[in-house]
Design a protein around this ligand. Structure first.
Ligand code: URA
Length: 280
């Protein structure tokens, strides 16, 4: 006998955020304000369980429709925070994507003083996949570091060093060039801890003076202008998703001409050099 799938229940605030209607904080506020009904009944507690496939959720009397998924690539300038609201009133990345006409949130963060690529989307599942530490999407940064770094310092960045929240994973670090009093590095990390590049560079006795994120996985700044955004292409979105788990393993006869290198060309591979040098 075929068993029917168990209902997928989620809290009301999550149903609203998953549908791209609002952030979870905003959804909680709307619910508290009495703007949301489930099956016609006014609900004012955000953690009520809802079956999004069966229950009829309305906001201000209008049915909640799953939003069209929107995926944007923003070139964040310095001086913008990635939080929704800033107690100090500084500009936020949300100000830069108003024209997108969709409720999108940043995937991960960039510091106030860091510029570069930031993905913004209303697809919360995609965002969670992308920030999942088990799915190591490489992120590439160009950093201007104080002083001329010695090879030994760069090697420590590469092999991993101990920060106050644990050891760092091996990183790809390329010396781009040295100035009289600076070294310019390209650093590719497969983890995304708070202020990680700055803290790593400090741990080897230097300081980041300028930081730009130039690539997320295979996606590079290209000719995107600072402060502007563009939609991600379907191909780019697919490249950023983790591969689907294989349900069954079937042994295949070895293909003629296949090589180890072919096998290693996964979508999340570490990029080669050659991105635009917008760091300075
Ligand atoms: N590492 C940092 O130090 N800052 C960022 O914004 C991103 C990575």
């Amino acid at each position: 006998m075929k068993r029917s799938a168990p209902p997928v229940r989620k809290t009301l605030e999550r149903v609203l955020s998953r549908a791209g209607a609002a952030s979870r904080a905003e959804a909680r506020r709307w619910i508290g304000m009495g703007r949301v009904r489930v099956n016609g009944k006014l609900i004012q507690t955000p953690d009520v369980w809802v079956d999004p496939d069966k229950d009829k959720v309305t906001i201000d009397g209008k049915p909640l429709r799953p939003a069209e998924k929107v995926y944007l690539l923003l070139y964040k300038p310095t001086g913008y925070v990635t939080t929704r609201r800033d107690p100090e009133g500084r500009p936020t990345v949300y100000d830069l994507v108003r024209e997108a006409g969709a409720w999108v949130v940043p995937v991960g963060r960039l510091d106030l003083e860091t510029s570069g690529l930031l993905i913004m989307t209303n697809d919360t599942e995609f965002g969670e996949q992308l920030t999942n530490p088990d799915w190591h999407v490489p992120k590439t940064y160009q950093a201007k570091c104080a002083g001329v770094l010695e090879d030994g310092q760069i090697e420590r960045l590469r092999t991993g060093l101990l920060l106050n929240d644990g050891p760092t994973r091996p990183a790809r670090v390329v010396r781009l060039r040295d100035g009289a009093r600076h070294t310019f590095l390209e650093i590719t990390l497969t983890e995304g801890r708070n202020r990680q590049v700055r803290r790593m560079v400090e741990a080897v006795g230097s300081k980041v003076l300028k930081l730009v994120r130039t690539a997320i996985g295979p996606i590079r700044i290209g000719d995107l202008r600072i402060g502007t955004f563009r939609p991600l292409t379907p191909g780019e979105i697919a490249e950023l998703r983790p591969p689907k788990p294989r349900t069954a393993f079937k042994e295949q006869p070895a293909k003629r001409g296949s090589s180890r290198q072919d096998e290693q060309q996964s979508p999340g591979r570490i990029e080669g050099r050659g991105g635009p040098s917008r760091a300075r």
